[in-house]
Design a protein around this ligand. Sequence first.
Ligand code: CA
Length: 443
Amino acid sequence: MTELTYHYVALTDTGLRRTDNEDSGFASKNLLVIADGMGGAAAGEVASSETMHVIRKLDRELEGDAIEALAGAVSRANDRLGELIEEDPAVEGMGTTLDALLWDGKKFAMAHIGDSRAYRLRDGKLTQISDDHTFVQSLVDEGRLTPEEARHHPHRSLILRALLGRDDNDPDISTVEAKLGDRYLLCSDGLSDMVDDNVIEATLGVETIDFAATELIRLALEGGGYDNVTVVIAEMVAAETPIDETLSSSNGQPQLVGAAAGQHRPRTGRSADPVARAKGDAAKDDVPAKPLDPEEVRYMSRPPSSRRWVRWAVGLLVLAAILGGAGKIAYDWSQKQYFVATDNGMVTIFRGVHAEIPGVKLENVDTVTNIDVSTLPEFRRKQVRSGIEASSRADAQDIVDNLGQFVTPAPAPAATPSPTPTPTAKTTRADIQTTSQRLVEDS
Ligand code: CA
C-alpha cells in the first residue's frame, strides 16, 4: 500500500461586509484546522485565535493515539476559553466553531463542533463529512424542513453547539480514512452559505488545490461575501511526491491565516469609547431599520445556568440592601428590571428580579403572552424555563417576538410526505467510523 501524506493550503478573506476577520485557519503536514469565532466587540477573534493557538500545539511528532491527542487538545482549548471568560465577564458568550483533522501517518482523527464544515472530494464526488450543529439541521433531521428550505431559513446561522468555555458542549470525534487522491476541505459558513455544494464540488476538483482555494474564496465574494470566508484544503499524495517550492501547498511550511495570524485588536465596547459610540449612534439615526446582524444571534448568548446564578446573586444583593436600610432605592431598582420566563406554561414577561430565595418575591407578572412554552424547540424551552434577562421592557418584548418565530406547530400526524433525503450523503459514509469517544454525552 502506498504510504500517504498530503499537500495543503489555507486561505482566508474578511469578505465584503465585515471589517474584522473572526475566522482562523491552519494547515501543516500534521494538522488542518478551522475556527470561526463569534461574540460581539471582537470577542469572536479572541475565541477563534485562542482556540487555534491551543490546537496548533498538536503540530509536532504525534505521541500516542491521534483521537486521544485531539480530544485532549479540544478540551484544553475549551478550558482556555472558560478561563478567559472568568477573567473578563464582558466576553461571556464568546465562542467558536472548530473543525480539526490530525494526521497520524495513516488516517485522520477529526474533531467537529458548530457549523463550519468538513468535506471530502473522492472520485469527483463531494461528501460533507461533518454534521452541522445548527437549529435548521435539527429540523431537517426531524423531517420538518427540507435541506433546500434549511438553506434559506432566516435562522440558518443559529448554532446549537460551539466551544463556549463550558462543559456542556462536546465536539463530535471521529476517524477519517484517507485514500490517495482524496481532497479534504474545511470551510467556514462564509463559504458554504454563499456557494452551493455542486459548485464547491466542481471547484474543489480543479487542477491544483492552490487554485481551488483562490477560486472558492472568489466565488464566496461573488456570492455576496457577507461573512468572513476561510478555506483549508488538503490533497492526499504519495509520500515520495517531491516538494514543489513554487506551490504554497507543497513547500512544507505551516500556514496560519485569519484572526490567529494577527494581533488581537483591543476590544472597544460600546460604552468604552465615547467617540465611537457617538458615531455609532449617529449612524443608527441614518439607518433606522438596521437589520439584525446574523452573527449576533448565532447561538444562545444568554447561557441559562450562569445567568441564573447572576440573578440569584442580584436577588441576594437587593435583599441585603433592603435589610440594610437602602430598601426603597434597591426595591425601586429591582422593579425596573425585566425578564422573560414561564407562568403556568405560558411565556411571560416579568418585572423585577427573580430572587430565587424562599419567602422573597421581587418579581411581578407584567404580561402573559399567548406563546405556549411546549410549542418551542427544546433548547428555547430550557432557556425560557430558567429565565432570560432583558435590559428593558422593550428588550423583553423583543425577546418574546424572537421566541414567537420559533413556535413550531405539532406536525400533522397523517398525510405528511416522507422528507426528501438530505444531499449530505450521510448514507455513504462507510469509511468514516464515528467512534464511541464522544467526550461526554449530552446531558
Ligand atoms: Ca462565520
